[in-house]
Write a protein that binds this ligand. Structure first.
Ligand SMILES: NC(=O)c1ccc[n+]([C@@H]2O[C@H](COP(=O)([O-])OP(=O)(O)OC[C@H]3O[C@@H](n4cnc5c(N)ncnc54)[C@H](OP(=O)(O)O)[C@@H]3O)[C@@H](O)[C@H]2O)c1
Length: 175
């Protein structure tokens, strides 16, 4: 092999190595660990909220789940405890301002922090148009719209660890 070929191959190898390092650093920067983070999932007692909770429990998050049905909450909590980690189950109607205030402060004082809010609680009303009542729409709007405003309640910033987020100190997910 002549000198030119050797040098070209060495440069190509170094280039590929540098590319791999850059890709690896970018991947690590993008990844986010839930280990030890406190995550509040509204409507976490069943459905998509519970599925999310199972994943986060496996990922090592401290979980707080809420819903209106105490029995469903307890059942979900027991199941999540089997996966591991710490789980707090709190009865709360997200349309009720007072209950939401209490929910936030209970989570923050129990875990000492609140890092992630997953605003999942919601209701899906399905039926023929002529059968639907005003109250059905009203309830859905109250849950989805005002429930979503949970983040405006005092998520106590002193409890929050800084997490990488482009918009807020907290990360928000809507159902
Ligand atoms: N499943 C879908 O295909 C789909 C599609 C698009 C969007 N979504 C949205 O994804 C979210 C979860 O859907 P899902 O299918 O998992 O629903 P789901 O099985 O009915 O579960 C909804 C959860 O929210 C809770 N919840 C409802 N109203 C609440 C309130 N006022 N306060 C506190 N908790 C409340 C329910 O518990 P309690 O009733 O006991 O309070 C339950 O734990 C909803 O926001 C839904 O609109 C779902």
């Amino acid at each position: 092999m002549d000198q030119f070929t050797k040098r070209t191959m060495a440069y190509a190898g170094a280039g590929l190595g540098a590319l791999w390092i850059v890709k690896e650093l970018t991947r690590q920067k993008r990844s986010f660990s839930f280990k030890g983070k406190t995550v509040l999932i509204t409507g976490g007692a069943r459905g998509l909220g519970l599925v999310t909770a199972r994943h986060l429990a496996k990922a090592g998050a401290n979980l707080a789940i809420c819903s209106r049905d105490i029995k469903a909450l307890e059942k979900a909590r027991n199941e999540l405890l089997q996966v591991g980690g710490r789980v707090l189950a709190i009865p709360c109607d997200v349309t009720n301002r007072v209950q939401v205030e209490s929910l936030i402060s209970t989570v923050a004082s129990h875990f000492g922090r609140l890092d992630v809010l997953i605003n999942n609680a919601g209701i899906i009303e399905v039926g023929p148009m002529q059968e639907m009542r005003f109250e059905d729409y009203d309830e859905a709007m109250n849950t989805h719209f005002w429930g979503a405003s949970l983040r405006h309640h005092r998520c106590p910033s002193p409890f929050a660890a800084p997490v990488p987020s482009t918009h807020h100190q907290y990360r928000f997910f809507r159902g």
